[in-house]
Design a protein around this ligand. Structure first.
Ligand code: PLP
Length: 360
């Protein structure tokens, strides 16, 4: 069949160069006579793989020395629980509610203390990111929690809130490594790998040391204690070895292709092609407010569910997959993460034009 354009919100496309490298390494990694999947995580060869992945990620983002990088499991969903367990030491946090992912994080955080929703996009159906300049934060909160890019509604912060001495903790699952990140603004940044970084099963956590130095209010089981993972270099237990290796290949691909600044330029150019078309279309209706638009997840619809279904059916002949919107928003969604080539976006817009023409 050949490679297709996969517009999935995640797991998502990976760069072809990375998949080819993985294929080359598959049966015999660097003369070891085995694949990365088969080797002990305690072996020297594997230690070199994880060390290199961390070093490349640090270089790519420019992660300061006083932040730890952890390769974890459990997805962003486990982090929803682990963050309050580990860092809600006084028992009170501020949260900016931008949709499903912050609501889920809020539900778990409420098991451990008080959650103050200091701003919310709920009243406008999460089409808009709240204006961060007008938010009044509580000085005695343990941390402020936010989600940078809402994968479902297709919204993204254009600037981050200033939270003073209160650490800002950010779920970057669907925009991580799509643009430069100023890590110093955050106490913790984390992301599931399955959108921009690698296969599902790896969660990358970047945590400032002063947060790690906090003593949780209740004793934590070992796996749920970030400090234990940090003290053991992500090797307290068997880490997701193959996933981390693929993430490492993606970091090398990003470094070899101009780094995060270049990625941002490419991502802006890709998203512009789609949004420019949507803005002048007489058929398709964009979902997110212009000022809050995501570069990764472009949400839109036609005037009816029947037409949406016809659009999805017609997309098959061009081998486009996963253009259906999330069940909560309905409509359509094109996720155009780092590995989606610009030609994929151009091809999608060509099909949208053809579809519009046929439904005048
Ligand atoms: C922004 C965001 N946060 C959290 C999650 C949940 O991630 P996981 O399924 O890896 O737990 C997702 C999943 O799509 C997401 O897009």
């Amino acid at each position: 069949m050949g490679r297709i354009y996969n517009f999935s919100a995640g797991p998502a496309m990976l760069p072809e160069e990375v998949l080819n490298q993985a294929r080359e390494d598959m049966l015999d990694y660097h003369g070891c006579g085995m694949s990365v999947m088969e080797m002990s995580h305690r072996s020297k060869v594997y230690q070199a793989i994880i060390d290199e992945a961390e070093a490349d990620l640090r270089k790519l983002i420019g992660i300061p020395e006083n932040y730890k990088v952890l390769f974890m499991q459990g997805g962003a969903t486990l982090a929803f629980a682990m963050i309050p367990m580990n860092f809600m030491v006084k028992g009170k946090i501020d949260l900016i509610n931008t949709g499903v992912w912050t609501k889920k994080a809020m539900k778990d955080a409420k098991l451990y203390g008080e959650v103050n929703v200091v701003a919310s996009g709920e009243e406008n159906n999460f089409k808009k990111i709240p204006d961060v300049k007008n938010i009044k934060f509580n000085k005695d909160a343990d941390y402020v929690y936010m989600c940078d890019n809402n994968t479902i509604f297709g919204t993204k912060y254009k600037e981050y809130p200033e939270t003073g001495d209160v650490p800002l903790i950010c779920d970057m699952s669907s925009c991580f490594l799509s643009e430069p990140i100023d890590i110093k603004k955050f106490g913790m940044v984390y992301a599931g790998a399955q959108k921009n970084v690698g296969p599902a099963g790896v969660t990358i956590c970047i945590i400032r040391e002063d947060l790690l130095a906090r003593t949780p209010r209740n004793p934590l089981p070992a796996y749920l204690d970030y400090r234990i993972h940090a003290e053991n270099g992500s090797m307290y237990n068997t880490p997701p070895t193959y996933g981390i290796y693929i993430c490492g290949l993606v970091f090398k691909w990003l470094l070899a292709n101009g780094g995060l600044k270049k990625r941002e330029e490419v991502n802006e150019a890709k998203a512009k092609i789609l949004y420019d078309y949507l803005d002048q279309s007489k058929l398709f209706i964009p979902f997110a407010d212009k000022a809050s638009r995501s570069l990764m997840n472009v949400t839109f619809r036609t005037p009816s569910e029947e037409l949406d279904a016809e659009f999805l059916e017609g997309a098959k002949k061009y081998k486009f997959t996963n253009l259906k919107g999330h069940r909560l928003t309905g409509g359509l969604r094109a996720s155009i993460y780092n590995a989606m080539p610009i030609d994929g976006v151009k091809a999608l817009v060509a099909y949208m034009k053809e579809f519009e023409e046929a439904h005048k």
